[in-house]
Design a protein around this ligand. Structure first.
Ligand SMILES: C[S@@+](CC[C@H](N)C(=O)[O-])C[C@H]1O[C@@H](n2cnc3c(N)ncnc32)[C@H](O)[C@@H]1O
Length: 275
């Protein structure tokens, strides 16, 4: 906490901030605060529908503060923080089942993880659960809207057995992973992880469709993997679609994952890398 890094702007979508219908004073204040943080307008919702208020202000999207959550709504898609998939994976881990990402990371309690591509945060929550109270998880996110929504979700989502402590421990930073990695000393994190937007998107995933609205879609560069190898004490892990040419392009010779899973993990050990 307390670190400052150049913030990253990705999406060029225009938006305003508003509330749900009949907001409380607290929600209105939170919406005004977000508007000032993003340097965009705040608008009273009154009785306007999402479509009407979007058209009235001539913007692409809305950041809406409601009692349940804060969401970004644009073109029929809605992005908001929810620990759904992480909750399921943690339940499976507790039942003794393997998690392919954790296996690829060979993550142990007490270890540190740098998640370079935080997105909705599911992988970071699972990593934080496994690394435990003596571990450390930092999540980097290029999109200011994703990092604000996920960062505040991680720190305020209602208490739930097993996942609350894991969520609260994650340190979220809105920055570009290249900037952050360049600032690190060798061996700063045990594991450095990348889950970039896939080169060939899986359109079946509605959750990812809403992330795609806001996310940085650029591919990982070989130079970035070299920076990560230098900053990792143990290994660098990349998630991609099974069979993706990205593994070979980026130099991942060891690729693991469930036999029938749609995704796989490239693993590069740090051993032997010269500082
Ligand atoms: C596929 S999502 C990650 C999903 C995440 N692993 C999860 O479990 O929810 C990829 C995220 O990485 C972010 N991203 C892409 N390039 C980045 C960069 N250069 N620096 C920081 N974040 C980046 C995107 O904006 C997007 O939110």
């Amino acid at each position: 906490m307390g670190e400052t890094f150049p913030r990253k702007t990705v999406s060029c979508l225009s938006f305003i901030v508003t509330t749900s219908h009949r907001p409380t004073c607290v929600q209105t204040e939170a919406a005004k605060q977000l508007a000032s943080e993003f340097k965009v307008s705040f608008a009273e919702r009154s009785d306007l529908s999402v479509k009407d208020i979007t058209e009235k202000f001539g913007v692409d999207g809305l950041l809406v503060v409601s009692a349940q959550r804060t969401s970004f709504i644009c073109g029929g898609q809605e992005f908001f923080f929810h620990p759904g998939l992480a909750r399921l994976r943690i339940k499976e881990l507790k039942n003794g089942k393997a998690d392919q990402m954790i296996k690829a990371m060979s993550l142990m309690p007490g270890e540190s993880v740098l998640d370079c591509t935080l997105g909705p945060g599911a992988d970071a929550i699972v990593a934080s659960y496994v690394s435990g109270p003596n571990g450390r998880v930092t999540g980097l996110e290029a999109s200011p809207i994703i990092s604000v929504l996920v960062g505040s979700g991680l720190s305020t989502y209602p208490e739930e057995e097993d996942i609350t402590a894991a969520m609260r421990r994650i340190n979220v930073i809105n920055t570009d992973y290249r900037t952050y990695l360049s600032s690190l000393e060798p061996c700063s994190y045990d594991i450095i992880y990348f889950d970039p937007m896939f080169r060939a998107p899986r359109h079946k995933s509605p959750a990812m469709n809403s992330v795609r609205l806001l996310a940085d879609p650029a591919p990982v560069e070989k130079e970035t993997i070299n920076l990560a190898l230098r900053a990792a004490a143990k290994r660098v892990v990349l998630k991609e679609r099974r069979g993706s040419a990205e593994f070979e392009r980026l130099g991942f010779k060891h690729v693991v994952g469930g036999n029938y899973a749609p995704v796989a993990y490239g693993v590069m050990e740090r051993q032997g890398v010269l500082d």
